[in-house]
Design a protein around this ligand. Structure first.
Ligand code: NAD
Length: 318
């Protein structure tokens, strides 16, 4: 097949980089960018100028549907369902940013449509394409305790969802992957709305049926940015930092009574390009979708369980 004709819907903070990356993927053709805000379109055209791209522009996503093979949807979460559904019904491959949708039933419906129509539906869990995370997923055996800190400073973006769906969901996805989707036995979560009406900071303790315990903190109102994922297992400790793009493995040499450190960094890696390239390969080479709608549904389900706990605790104690 020739080049895959792609449109990017929503070229705000993240979507403009989706557009740029598609111009760097030889088997893709960035056919159009779409945004209801003409300012965002102008900014993206400026970004693409150096690539000599002759991309078309639209303000209504429906107009672009007949012209493309695939779409990348990078709009606010409350719009995901409607836009993704229209492209899936038209038989197009869909890359959808996380979280799948703002309601579980809508997310389930999207996954169901993609399965029925046998169409690729890939979800934007970009952390899975980070080199240090890939190394972690390969090397960790039998985690006992997982701790994650995902902190951001406040911005006006993505306020249609709470910090669980916005940030914590990445760590939920990784924990579920590490635990091979084992059953969860216990959840305790607290959170507080600070700058918005929805929880902006949340801490959740999640215990899997085999005892593996997670302690996750996500905040979008912090002074500093942090992306740390730590795993403890018998005799080993791992730290992944996806801002530093580093991986640290600490093992204990019991005979010498000392630590053995293995630190690696991956400054040149480009997880967004890799993620979008993998999506294009599902269309050109029939490769399996790397982050399926089904797996994204699992972390969304867990996110909604945490959300419920946070809401109940807020009602109970405030
Ligand atoms: P943003 O607000 O900067 O951009 C969203 C853009 O969508 C805006 O330019 C807006 O005008 C446009 N838009 C809104 N409704 C539209 C419609 N109906 N048709 C076309 N355009 C429309 O937000 P952002 O930070 O870029 O986030 C967008 C999405 O990406 C969200 O779902 C967010 O959760 C996700 N995201 C994922 C990651 C990640 O790590 N995977 C990181 C950031 C954001």
């Amino acid at each position: 097949m020739g080049k895959v004709k792609v449109a990017v819907i929503g070229v705000g903070h993240l979507g403009k980089f989706h557009a740029k990356k598609f111009t760097e993927i030889p088997s893709a053709e960035l056919f159009a960018i779409v945004d209801i805000n003409p300012e965002r379109i102008k900014e993206t055209l400026d970004l693409l100028k150096e690539k000599g791209s002759s991309v078309k522009t639209f303000t209504n996503y429906k107009e672009v549907i007949p012209f493309v093979d695939a779409v990348s949807i990078v709009t606010p979460t409350i719009t995901h369902y409607e836009i993704a559904k229209d492209f899936l019904f038209a038989g197009k491959a869909v890359f959808l940013e996380k979280p799948l949708a703002h309601e579980l039933s809508l997310a389930e419906e999207l996954v169901e449509i993609s399965i029925k129509k046998n169409l690729p539906l890939q979800v934007g869990y970009i952390e899975r394409f980070q080199e240090p995370v890939k190394k972690l997923l390969q090397n960790v055996k039998n985690p006992l305790f997982i701790e994650a800190h995902r902190l951001s400073s406040f911005t006006e973006r993505n306020l249609d969802i709470d910090v669980i769906l916005d940030l914590m969901i990445h760590d939920l996805d990784l924990a579920l992957l590490l635990k091979n989707y084992k059953k969860i036995e216990f959840i305790h979560a607290v959170g507080a709305p600070l700058f918005t009406p929805l929880p902006d900071i949340v801490n959740a303790r999640i215990v899997f049926e085999d005892g593996t315990t997670c302690n996750f903190t996500a905040s979008r109102v912090s002074l500093n940015r942090q992306r740390k994922f730590r795993v403890f297992s018998k005799g080993a400790y791992y730290v992944v930092d996806t801002i530093e793009k580093s991986y640290l493995e600490v093992r204990v040499d019991l005979q010498k009574r000392e630590y053995k450190l293995d630190k690696k960094s991956f400054p040149e890696s480009d997880p967004l390009k890799e993620e979008l390239e993998s999506f294009i390969k599902c269309i050109t080479n029939g490769e399996k979708v790397k982050v399926t709608g089904e797996s994204a549904l699992k972390s969304l389900e867990l996110a909604f369980q945490i959300k419920k706990q946070v809401e109940n605790n807020l009602k109970k104690y405030l």
